[in-house]
Design a protein around this ligand. Structure first.
Ligand code: 6PG
Length: 249
């Protein structure tokens, strides 16, 4: 089993509470050292409750929002007000309620016609944010799909091969098996430029993926979540009982 911390929480709500507590702890520690906190947001539905907690007391007042920088780990290639947009999810659940300076929130540009151009543009943004943070994100939030995908890195997808050059930070993903089909994703190389990665996984349908990624045989094309192992950071899994079923044997 890779060196990771796995915490099993009773249910989704307990997982989101634990995640909020951990994020406050890391944000305060990094702010004290570096004077800022760079956060990579996860998409999908699991983090929604976490984002709402961060926007409410007691968590809201515990983070120096004016010194937080936000990028996305992946984005669906849809308009920013589309119901499927990860940006819209974050904006509605917490960004509209906390005082992060607009110049420190970096949505993926999804208004253009060409996702590859968007990926290239976002790559420059990601590099700039990394430069403000000593070359590493302070915290990367990730979900995990039942098929072992994370961000928009899907099993056996050609986008995975762009990962191997250890330079590419952002890829355009066509024909994603999880709709919508066009996405923009940070590569595992980019996700691994992290001081702390936090996986948030809830639900029985993810039990196999959690087991295979955390404790299974190495097969990073089949289980892309296995690609997340930051050389200069740590990985914490917050998993509810249902998703941890196979891990517990
Ligand atoms: C996305 C996500 C994706 C998500 C997982 C889990 O844009 O869809 O980035 O990787 O984190 O599919 O999604 P749920 O949290 O909705 O189960």
């Amino acid at each position: 089993m890779r060196q990771e911390q796995v915490r099993v929480l009773a249910d989704r709500a307990a997982l989101q509470q634990a995640a909020a507590e951990l994020i406050v702890q890391v944000a305060q520690a990094r702010d004290a050292v570096a004077g800022n906190f760079t956060l990579v947001l996860a998409g999908g539905s699991t983090p929604a409750g976490l984002y709402r907690l961060l926007a409410q007391e007691p968590f809201r007042r515990q983070i120096a929002w004016e010194r937080v920088w936000v990028v996305w780990g992946d984005e669906r290639y849809v308009a920013p007000d589309d119901a499927e947009s990860n940006y819209r999810l974050a904006r509605e659940t917490f960004l509209d309620s906390v005082p992060i300076p607009l110049g420190q929130v970096f949505p993926v540009p999804t208004h253009g016609a060409d996702p590859s151009e968007a990926a290239q543009a976002y790559s420059h943004t990601v590099r700039r944010v990394l430069d403000t943070s000593g070359g590493l994100f302070d915290m990367v939030l990730l979900g995990l799909g039942p098929d072992g995908h994370t961000a928009s890195l899907f099993p056996h997808h050609p986008a995975l091969d762009l990962d191997d050059d250890q330079e590419t930070l952002v890829v355009a993903v066509a024909d994603a098996p999880k709709p919508p089909p066009w996405r923009i994703s940070l590569t595992a190389h980019a996700l691994n430029r992290a001081r702390q990665v936090l996986f948030l996984v809830s639900g029985a349908e993810k039990a196999d993926a959690v087991y295979e990624v955390v404790a299974g045989q190495p097969d990073p094309h089949q289980w892309p979540g296995q690609r997340v192992h930051p050389p200069e950071g740590s990985v914490t899994w917050l998993v509810d009982e249902a998703a941890a079923r196979r891990l517990k044997g």
